[in-house]
Design a protein around this ligand. Structure first.
Ligand code: GDP
Length: 346
């Protein structure tokens, strides 16, 4: 075929062949990266038309999921998350693992911009055939981001990724959400900055299975060691994040790839210990059940805010509440009534 002919064919050919449920499932199970990416786009779609296909695909993939270790990684912007994930991911790939990195950016659903996605990140890792990096899903409420990330985790597991890293910016509510999706939760910190400066609340330290003080290099080695000792003392006063597991602090230099292998050794020890005690499996079972409830919340919220009656009533009611003429509880009652009536009319 001549080049011109090929070009014409390309122009007139449909942009993308539509895939059947079987195409998606087979493609993912074979580890086909193009189909993997398309399946994730499908499960991330907000369109009602895609929901049914996505759910059927997920149902068929479900028996092939669950075999990875799911690791949450958090820390304030600039702490070195992407540098750490690059070093950590490359280390895992050297050990023969397949690594999926999913970013979860709670701000993207509000501002439509993304803290995590703005820069070129993890250049080495993104060139590795055994790595798969996916930016944060956007759109919808926080619960929507959570559902999509959870389902994407399952799809990656079915595609043979045995380590899933869920990265989130440490800005508050997203940590609790990520904790509810992972087996192991890693908190990246810096030495020298006070906890408050780092925006890290005690509650977030309580979620962590390991505290890693990054940038332990050059002049920063001694302060990092000191911070490690302080955090090791502090965690003794906190409730354990995982039953039977003692959270400890470690130092590392993601930039120099120093101390990164040790973190993986800690995670492997965690998996071994919690699997033996049954804590690993119990947490996963509880997470699945919790997930049902978060989907209920997400779907009810979406239905509520997309109801025409609610949309019409909302501005007036908000103004009344802001002006102090309507109590918040009465406002909600009125809105729920509009919502119920709207449903009955349909
Ligand atoms: P993120 O915003 O948490 O993803 O942080 P980045 O990975 O983008 O890192 C922020 C800055 O810190 C970059 O300039 C990195 O080169 C630097 N950085 C990351 N890890 C280290 C480290 O271990 N040591 C030093 N000295 N710098 C680091």
């Amino acid at each position: 075929m001549g080049t011109d002919e090929a070009a014409t064919r390309q122009k007139t050919a449909p942009r993308r062949r539509q895939l059947s449920v079987d195409d998606y499932v087979q493609g993912v199970l074979e580890g086909d990266r193009v189909i993997l990416a398309r399946t994730i786009t499908l499960v991330e779609s907000n369109s009602a038309a895609h929901l049914e296909t996505a759910q059927e695909v997920l149902k068929q993939l479900l028996p092939h999921t669950g075999k990875s270790i799911r690791i949450g990684i958090t820390g304030v912007p600039g702490v070195g998350k992407s540098t750490f994930i690059e070093a950590f991911g490359c280390h895992l790939i050297e050990q023969g693992h397949k690594v999926a990195v999913l970013a979860i950016d709670p701000t993207s659903s509000r501002t439509k911009g993304s803290i995590l996605g703005d820069k070129t990140r993890m250049e080495l890792l993104s060139r590795e055939p055994n790595a798969f990096i996916r930016p944060s899903p956007t759109g919808g409420v926080l619960g929507g981001v959570s559902r999509k990330s959870k389902e994407t985790t399952l799809v990656c597991e079915a595609a043979g990724f045995d380590v899933v890293l869920l990265e989130t910016v440490g800005v508050g509510q997203s940590e609790t959400m990520v904790r509810s999706m992972v087996d192991f939760f890693l908190l990246l910190m810096l030495a020298g900055a006070g906890d408050e400066l780092q925006g890290i609340k005690k509650g977030i330290m309580e979620l962590a299975d390991a505290i890693v003080i990054n940038k332990a290099d050059g002049d920063n080695i001694a302060p990092a060691q000191q911070a490690k000792a302080e955090y090791n003392r502090a965690v003794h006063y906190l409730a354990p994040a995982t039953q039977g597991w003692q959270t400890k602090a470690y130092t590392c230099s993601a930039l120099n790839n120093d101390g990164v292998a040790k973190i993986w050794a800690v995670i492997e020890a965690f998996r071994q210990q919690t699997t033996a005690s049954g804590v690993f499996e119990n947490r996963r079972r509880a997470q699945m059940v919790d997930w049902v409830h978060s989907i209920i919340k997400e779907q009810l919220l979406t239905q509520f805010y997309s109801s025409l009656a609610v949309q019409q009533a909302l501005p007036g009611i908000e103004a009344d509440v802001a002006n102090g003429v309507l109590p918040a509880t009465s406002a909600v009652k009125a809105l729920l009534n509009s919502f119920e009536n709207d449903k009955e009319d349909k």
